[in-house]
Design a protein around this ligand. Structure first.
Ligand SMILES: Nc1ncnc2c1ncn2[C@@H]1O[C@H](COP(=O)(O)OP(=O)(O)OP(=O)(O)O)[C@@H](O)[C@H]1O
Ligand SMILES: [Mg+2]
Length: 383
């Protein structure tokens, strides 16, 4: 475990970049440092691998002061990834990734074999191995940066705004890739960002810093959203805090109903029976059980419902996998106010009204943050 113990960094010109910061960074999880520009995030990260030396306080790695070991040994145990990847422009992708193993004295063949393995791990096609960094997209370069940092299999990964230079879609892909890699490899990751949504998505623990390098709050993301420590944190979290918090509640608690569902070839009797329930509309599915749209029972032609005349069903949510946020979103997007629950293959498992979702939200809140946060680990990843 990394422990930052009352660390202050004062630069020679008198700037206090970090002010008496204490953090316990848990092993094998992602700890995010987030805060406005100039609040000391990079300085903090660089003190962990001694690119910057603290003015006061100490940093412990597995209980020992990091100054007790040679700086090269320390840095070898910590991969470092920065914005724009910081690749060597005159080296191929494969050789970029093989840099640290080569420095450690691995022979070329072994280092390259390792590099090829890592390319696969971070989702890079092997056909890119012989290219140079300028021949890659920003997102691909960032993946190379992650692969290079992982090459010597360090237990710790330090990442300084690694994904901030790519567009939102690529960024989302990189974030998901990082969560997957973290799941597989169990690295201890310290991740710097100024984007609170990225912090909430990636962090097991999130440290919110304020200008002057002071810690505003250190908590799991669900707790930040539930109980911001002060106005600064609340402001930094931005609007929609309540809605975003729903991402941490699994939709498995929702009771779906299958009554108002009919197949496209339903008989008049089936339509009449199903339409007699509480729902004003019926969800029509194809013969495979996939949603087609909503229609009023009286408007549906028995035996051969016309999908072209149905109301759109909005965005279905994957029941049990996605969160209450996804379910609510589905209901809000649907003109009928009902959300459609599907399984992993997109087949309808049931429908649920806004009212029932509202009740589930109220009882999730009543059960408290802890239960929500646990259920949410999965929900958080998938939506
Ligand atoms: N070498 C230096 N000498 C003097 N001041 C510095 C030095 N490096 C950083 N600073 C100052 O320390 C403060 C913290 O800088 P740091 O780079 O850690 O912030 P940051 O949170 O990473 O910001 P950003 O989000 O913009 O990257 C800033 O006020 C910065 O100007
Ligand atoms: Mg920075």
């Amino acid at each position: 475990m990394i422990r930052i113990d009352s660390v202050t960094k004062r630069y020679p010109d008198g700037t206090v970049a970090v002010d008496r910061l204490s953090l316990e960074i848990p092993d094998r999880s992602i700890t995010v440092l987030v805060g406005p520009s100039g609040c000391g995030k990079t300085t903090t990260l660089r003190m962990i691998n001694r690119m910057v030396e603290p003015s006061e306080g100490r940093i412990l790695l597995d209980g020992a002061d990091i100054r007790e070991q040679p700086v090269n040994t320390l840095r070898r145990s910590m991969g470092y990834v920065i914005q724009n990847a910081g690749l060597f422009q005159h080296r191929t992708i494969l050789d970029n990734i093989a840099t640290v193993p080569r420095l450690l004295g691995w022979n070329r063949q072994r280092a390259r074999a390792r590099a090829a393995e890592l390319m696969e791990r971070v989702g890079l096609d092997s056909s890119l191995a012989k290219r140079y960094p300028y021949q890659l997209s920003g997102g691909q370069q960032q993946r190379v940066g992650v692969a290079r940092a992982l090459a010597a299999d360090p237990p710790v990964l330090l990442m300084d705004e690694p994904f901030s230079a790519v567009d939102p879609v690529v960024r989302k892909g990189l974030q998901e890739e990082l969560l997957r890699i973290q799941d597989e490899l169990g690295k201890t990751i310290v991740f710097v960002t100024h984007d609170i949504d990225e912090a909430i998505k990636l962090g097991t623990m999130v440290a919110v810093l304020r200008t002057g390098g002071r810690l505003a709050q250190y908590a799991p993301p669900a707790e930040l959203l539930t109980a911001p420590a002060d106005d600064f944190v609340e402001d930094f979290l931005g609007t929609d805090r309540g809605i975003r918090r729903l991402s941490f509640f699994a939709s498995s608690a929702l009771e779906l109903t299958t009554t108002p569902i009919v197949a496209v070839d339903s008989t008049a009797e089936q339509i009449a029976t199903r339409g007699a329930g509480e729902a004003p509309y019926l969800l029509v599915t194809d013969l495979d059980g996939r949603p087609l749209g909503w229609g009023e029972p009286g408007e549906l032609t028995a035996g051969r419902i016309d999908p072209g005349r149905l109301l759109p069903y909005g965005r279905p949510f994957e029941h049990g996998q996605e969160s209450l946020r996804a379910a609510l979103d589905g209901a809000v997007l649907s003109p009928t106010g009902w959300a459609v629950g599907v399984d992993g293959t997109g087949r309808v498992v049931g429908v649920v009204s806004q009212q029932t979702i509202g009740e589930a939200i109220r009882s999730a809140h009543a059960e408290g943050g802890d239960a929500g946060a646990t259920a949410g680990t999965e929900a958080k990843v998938s939506g």
